[in-house]
Design a protein. Sequence first.
Lengths: 222, 147
Amino acid sequence: MIVAERKSINELVDMLPNGSKILVLGCGTCVTVCLAGGEREVSIIASALRIASRTRGLDYQVSELTIERQCDNIFIEQAAEAIEKADVVLSLGCGAGVQAIAERYLKKPVYAGLNTKFLGILEERGIWTEKCAQCGSCVLHQFGGICPVTRCAKHLLNGPCGGSREDRCEVRPDRHCAWQLIYRRLKGIGQLERLEKIEPPKQWSTSLSGGPRVIIREDHRI
Amino acid sequence: MKDRATTIVAFCCIYCAYAAADLAGSMRLQYPANVRIIRTPCTGRLEVEYFLKAFENGADGVLVAGCEEGSCHFKEGNLIAKRRVAYARKFLAESGLEPERLKMVNVSAAMARQLTEHIKEMAETVNRLRPSPLNTTKQSARQEAKL
């Protein structure tokens, strides 16, 4: 899922114009699961903005709504009335959600209430970790299902680097060395010979480095 | 500024602090009259927005009274509440309210005297900080007029 983190109330106050009707718009998908932009967080942020409005004399009028998915027009339609009534929309969706709303409402300012961080999983209660860098050319089969592009701090495809301490990364000692994990995993599934293959330099043009990506499925187009 | 009595909202867990408040009554213990006790099934049931909404709706101080750590009827409800109170305090600070207005305390059902002391301490904190600025602004005056 997409993992995001809230912006501080000070940052939000800086971006939101005084005296405006603000719709705090949540998203019921990824950012709900990562506890950043779901119905509960909408309620908390809206409350905090109302309090900030009154302590700082900002004269905000704050309303709240959470839709199932902000990156999908079908669900955005459900917010149409609330968006029309508001002067500005503070989206607690990921970056895709914010832009989906902004593209649909050309005359409505839409602001991002979250910092979208990465594609990851819930590692344990209250801890999310990055698992996929969306490089556009998956190599997971080669490395026992552990991604060196994302989880090795140096993105090495022919690791390890030699700087790891025990099983820890030298760049982030609180994180595992991805190559240690890959070795253990490949050993466990009896595929250690995969490490004998020298990986050629990665083709990064399929990643964001090649520009914004688009997928066209002709079979779904009319 | 209109002179206004302060209000303290105390969320009390039914298994400990609420019983302690009951005991305080039986023991004829005195505590500030401006505290409004809300019975809760467990402090772990309390969400961050409950605390913020209490302030929005006129509370000058909020006390969260749960069981002693390790004694929660639901094992970890009071530990969850402790984290949520800390998280809510961040929002208060960012929004311009003093975080000291929100506090968590731990008492057992037998600790009536300690509970009244915690309530008195919160009343003193609120007196020192003055009424919540939310209750002295134009918007709140408008809300009061509507009521």
